[in-house]
Design a protein around this ligand. Sequence first.
Ligand code: PLP
Length: 381
Amino acid sequence: MSKKKTYSVDTNLAGGLGWMDESFKGVIPGIYPSTTYERDADGSYPNGRVYTRDQNPNYDQPEQILAGLEKGDDAYLFASGMAAAISVFQALKPGDHIVAPKVMYWALRNWLLTLGADGGLETSFVENGDLDALEKAVIPGKTKMLWMETPANPTWVVDDIQAWSVVAEKSGALLAVDNTVATPILTRPIEHGADLVMHSATKYLNGHSDVLAGALVTKSKDDFWERIGRVRNAGGAVLGPFEAWLLMRGMRTLSLRVARASTSAMAVAKALENHPNIEAVLYPGLASHPDFEITSRQMSGGFGGMLSIRVKGGEQEAMDVAARLVLFKRATSLGGVESLVEHRASIEGPDTPCPVDLLRLSVGIEDAIDLIDDLKAALEG
Ligand SMILES: *Cc1c(COP(=O)(O)O)cnc(C)c1O
C-alpha cells in the first residue's frame, strides 16, 4: 500500500514539486513559447490547451506551488502585481463598495481613487488598525470586498487578518490580502480567514529584480474565482512563458532568501533603534512596534526584510543619508537579493500619508554587518 508522501514547504520549493522536462528527462522543465495548440482530427484538443492567453504550461508549476504555499485551492499568475490586484476589482460590479486601509501600496490606492472610481467602484479608506472604523465603513448589502495589506507599505503597520475576516464574514464581503511583503513563508492569510491572497511576484517570490509578475491565490474555486479567471483571460494581462520560467527559478530559493533577509532586517533594526540620528525605526519584529502582539500571532519564522527609518532633522537630512549610502541602492521596489533604499514621500506625491523624514529599506541577502556599517556611516555623515 503506497501512500503519497507530503513534503515540507522547503522541499516543494527547492525541488519544484519534482517536476521535470519529460521529453528529455532534464531536471528543469523547459520553456513553452507556443501561443497555440493543434487540434486532433476530430476537432478536440488533446491536452485541453487551446491558446496561451488562457493558460501557458509554464504557469502550472509556479501556480501549483503557490497555491500549496498559501494553503489555497488554486492560483493564477498575472503580468504584474497591479494586474493581479486590479483583476480582483474588475471582477466586481459597478456600484460595489470596497473598504481598504489608508496605508497601502500607493499605486493601487491611486487606482481605486481614479480609474476604479470612474468604473463605478466606491472605496472607503479606513485608518489602519482601527477596527471600529472598519465596521462603520461597511455598508450592508453593498460592501463586497475588504482589501488589506500587511505589513503595510511603507510604515509597516500590521493589521489583524483574523479580525478583518470576522467583519468580512458578518457583512458577506470577501477578504483579500496583499501578502507581497510577508510572503507565504511568514504569513498565510487564508489560515487567518482570508478568501483571496495577492502577490507582487516581482518582489520576494521572484527575488532577483529581473521579472515583473503578479499572482492571486484563492481559498476556494468559487464563482468569483471563475470570474477573475475570465478577467485574466479576456484582458490578457498574462505573464510571458520566459518570465514564468524565471519566476519559478527564483521561487526555488524563496525560503532561504526570506529567512536571511528577515534575520538581517532584525539586526539592522536593532542596531539603529537607539541611534542618536534616528527618530524611529519602524519594523514589525521590534518589541517596541505598536502592533507587535498581532504580528507575533500572524507572522512566524521571522518578520520580513522590510523596515523604515525616520531620520532626525527632517526631509533634507533623510535625502542626504540616502545619498551617502553605498551598498543600499537608491531605487524603488523591494524583495530582491540586493538592498535598496527609497525616500517614499517624494515618489508618492503631496497627499501621501508617508512622513517626509522616512526612508524605506529593503534588506537583501548581503552580509548584515556590511549593511549596518553602510547605514551607520551614512547616518553619521
Ligand atoms: C510592488 C507592489 C505591488 C505592485 O506590484 P507590481 O508587480 O509592481 O505591479 C503591490 N503591492 C505591494 C505591497 C507591492 O510592493
